[in-house]
Design a protein around this ligand. Structure first.
Ligand SMILES: C[S@@+](CC[C@H](N)C(=O)[O-])C[C@H]1O[C@@H](n2cnc3c(N)ncnc32)[C@H](O)[C@@H]1O
Length: 348
């Protein structure tokens, strides 16, 4: 594992601004970026512990929280705390997000597995759901979806099946919540399908705007997705790769932002890492706030947000198919001694 990175407790940096000609994409002429929250900022990025930053956000200020916290699995940016301290910290962060959230707003908490001794796993959505559910009666927090984000690459396990999905818990504050489904519809699989009985017989049966992407996400977005979301995770050769070890692909927060907020709304990420959520928010005309206690990540986030605002950020094109190497190349030809295993062969 790479060296531990020391989290910073505070940020001495004052106000930051970036001048640019208006970006065609974002329309921003002069990016208003600061480390202290003000509702007039386009973006507020702070290097500090998440809790003091969250406590200073006004109540009912935030339309959408999207984040992925530490999983306590020995990553270079994690604090060495025991499980109960970890849970207590998560509970406080969640309470502050709930306090800052507007009625009708949403919280999306993206998590994978916490791995314990001897490879015993604890899916973090199971562990963290009760912390959200504690706000059901008091604040109207309700679980709407448990989205599966499927990706193709990752650690190869020896004593269990390799993990190829993580989840996003989507909660709303109240039952009267914003959901812009039409903004995130994906192409119908069979657009020419017609109703074969009833009063609409012979008419096209699909929604011309496309279908609901479901709660199984597999990016690129033009792939068929039922209840799983498949976007490639950000590995070494990904166009968006920074020095952060666990970045979101921009497509992931982008879909949530389009569905769960409107232009001008505030989107918050309390564990922003390399700033992917603020970047997606700025690209989509929202305001953004983010905090991380590692100064290198915050510096990266600031750079990416400035580049996004001026239209100069490198982004993996939305919907670009995952690279499929052609057959009969050195990459796809099994070397001598490799076995082509198949379940069918073994059964039959
Ligand atoms: C899974 S990463 C988030 C990556 C991010 N989604 C991205 O796209 O780059 C979790 C982040 O939380 C930060 N973090 C963990 N505990 C924190 C705390 N108490 N306060 C602030 N940041 C924290 C870590 O430094 C790390 O960058």
């Amino acid at each position: 594992m790479s060296k531990k990175i020391k989290p910073r407790s505070g940020d001495r940096k004052g106000k930051l601004t970036a001048r640019s000609s208006a970006s065609k994409q974002t329309g921003i002429v002069r990016l208003r970026m600061a480390a202290r929250y003000n509702h007039r900022n386009h973006v507020t990025l702070k290097c500090s512990d998440a809790l003091p930053f969250l406590r200073r956000l006004p109540p009912n200020s935030t339309q959408l929280v999207i984040t992925s916290p530490a999983y306590q699995i020995g990553k270079e940016y994690e604090r060495n705390v025991d499980w109960n301290q970890y849970l207590a910290f998560q509970a406080e962060a969640i309470s502050e997000c709930v306090r800052a959230l507007k009625p009708g707003g949403s919280i999306c908490w993206q998590v994978g597995n916490h791995v314990r001794t001897k490879g015993r796993i604890l899916p973090l959505d199971i562990a963290l759901h009760p912390l959200f559910d504690a706000h059901r009666r008091t604040d109207g927090i309700q679980l709407r979806n448990r989205i599966i984000w499927h990706f193709e690459h990752g650690l190869n396990c020896k004593r269990r099946f390799s993990g190829r999905y993580e989840t996003i818990l989507w909660y709303t504050k109240g039952d009267d919540y914003l959901f812009n489904l039409d903004d995130v519809r994906i192409p119908q699989k069979y657009p020419g399908k017609k109703a074969y009985n009833g009063q609409n017989r012979g008419k096209y049966s699909g929604n011309p705007l496309g279908k609901n992407p479901g709660d199984f996400w597999a990016f690129p977005t033009n792939e068929v997705s039922g209840d799983v979301w498949v976007f490639p995770n950000v590995k070494a050769n990904h166009a968006e790769k920074t020095g952060h070890p666990c970045q979101f692909p921009i497509e992931l927060p982008a879909r949530l932002i389009l569905a769960l907020s409107n232009p001008g709304d505030l989107v918050l990420d309390p564990f922003m890492g390399a700033g992917t959520t603020p970047v997606a928010a700025i690209l989509l005309g929202r305001r953004a706030a983010g905090v991380d206690y590692v100064k290198e990540y915050v510096a990266t986030a600031r750079k990416r947000v400035k580049a996004a605002a001026s239209g100069g950020l490198k982004i993996r094109p939305i919907g670009k198919p995952v690279y499929q190497p052609p057959e009969n190349t050195p990459l796809t030809t099994p070397p001598a001694g490799y076995v082509r295993q198949s379940l069918a062969k073994r059964l039959g």
